[in-house]
Design a binder for this molecule. Structure first.
Ligand SMILES: Cc1ncc(COP(=O)(O)O)c(C=O)c1O
Length: 364
């Protein structure tokens, strides 16, 4: 077997609710670990998926024609610039396969979303990790400085995962100006919809339309509430989309996912409510933590990192015993933090009272 594959670490998903119930004998468990939408899918998407289920004996449309049309109309780009993936995870994977050859390198922030590492490792190329700055934002100058003629991909998530931090449009433009010409900037906007109120917000679509060397990734897993049926999309030059289409599996996005995504795209009420509930939850956690004297990382995503000033694993375990699943910052590269996904109002109350009992109550 290839040594680079054996060096890869399998992805660790958030702990499943049923497993925690079984292991700890709990009846009620709240999962705030995978940045899912606490409202669930919208009614329109649900109805479309139910309808599509009647045809599940047929192969899906391999080109995803209708969904690509809907996306191309929404963003004002040609459908030749739209690619679909089995989640945006698959598109990250495909970009690695399509771009990377022996001797190339990939540049990412540290910490960063773990699937970027996998894209580089699978192609056995060098991964250059550039530490985030002291406020947990990408250090774009340092990232540009380590790019060279063999840097094929640089991944920038905005809002970033695991931190939730954002960059401005001006900062990203300066970064793109500083990149070597052969380097593609992958602007991963999985959490885009939650960041509406950011000043000088990154407008990646305009950059793509202006011919910048960028690939934009978006997903239906977060604000659109469809993580379980796996569908994401990318906007890129027609050449990049063509290359990914040649290399991908023909039926990578299933028919239920295609139908659900088309419906979700037109459900502005569900989207607006998802964003509103998220902002509520974010500010509740920020306020409570401020009141207790714990710092949070400024987030425009559907999760927030809390500096717990002790080993993140300990706090993760203590909350788990209370029936609350969060992410320890230890495997995420933020050892004294926990990352908490934003839930609905009841879930936020459950998290905050558990945190008060097992963290605030025991002192530092
Ligand atoms: C930054 C980032 N990109 C991409 C993804 C992948 O999302 P999906 O494959 O569900 O579209 C995630 C998921 O958590 C993420 O945090």
């Amino acid at each position: 077997m290839r040594a680079n594959v054996l060096r890869m670490t399998p992805y660790t998903p958030g702990k499943p609710i049923d497993e925690v119930k079984r292991e700890l004998g709990l009846t009620s468990v709240v999962k705030l670990a995978s940045n899912e939408n606490p409202l669930g899918p919208g009614a329109k998407a649900l109805a479309a998926v139910q309808e599509a289920a009647l045809s599940m004996h047929l192969y899906p449309d391999a080109s995803g024609y209708e969904l690509r049309q809907a996306i191309s109309a929404k963003f004002g780009v040609s459908d030749a610039m739209v690619m679909l993936g089995n989640g945006s995870d698959e598109l990250i994977h495909m970009l690695g396969l399509v771009f990377l050859e022996a001797g190339d390198n990939v540049v990412i922030g540290a910490p960063s979303f773990v699937r970027y590492d996998a894209a580089a490792d699978l192609s056995d190329v060098e991964l250059r990790r550039v530490p985030l700055d002291s406020t947990w934002r990408h250090d774009l100058e340092a990232m540009a400085a380590v790019c060279d003629a063999r840097t094929k991909l640089v991944f920038v998530a905005n809002p970033h995962n695991p931190t939730g931090t954002v960059l401005t449009h001006t900062e990203v433009v300066a970064f793109l100006d500083a990149l070597p010409s052969g380097c593609v900037a992958v602007l991963d906007e999985a959490y885009y919809e939650y960041s509406a109120d950011v000043e000088d917000r990154l407008d990646a679509v305009t950059l793509l339309k202006a011919g910048r060397n960028v690939v934009i990734l978006r997903t239906f897993s977060k604000a659109f509430g469809l993580a379980g049926i796996r569908v994401g999309f990318g906007l890129a030059s027609a050449e990049v989309v063509d290359a990914v289409n040649r290399a991908r599996e023909p039926f990578n996005v299933n028919s239920l996912a295609q139908a659900g995504a088309i419906a979700a795209l037109s459900d502005s009420d569900h989207l607006a409510e998802s964003v509103r509930v998220n902002l509520d939850g974010l500010s509740r956690i920020e306020n409570a933590m401020r009141g207790w004297g714990f710092e949070t990382v400024s987030s425009r995503a559907n999760f927030i990192c809390v500096n717990v000033r002790r080993d993140g694993n300990e706090v993760f375990q203590a909350l788990l015993r209370e029936g609350i699943i969060v992410r320890s910052g230890v495997p995420l590269g933020m050892p004294e933090y926990i990352r908490v996904s934003i839930g609905n109002s009841d879930e936020m109350s459950a998290f905050l009272s558990a945190f008060e009992r097992v963290v605030v109550g025991v002192g530092v």
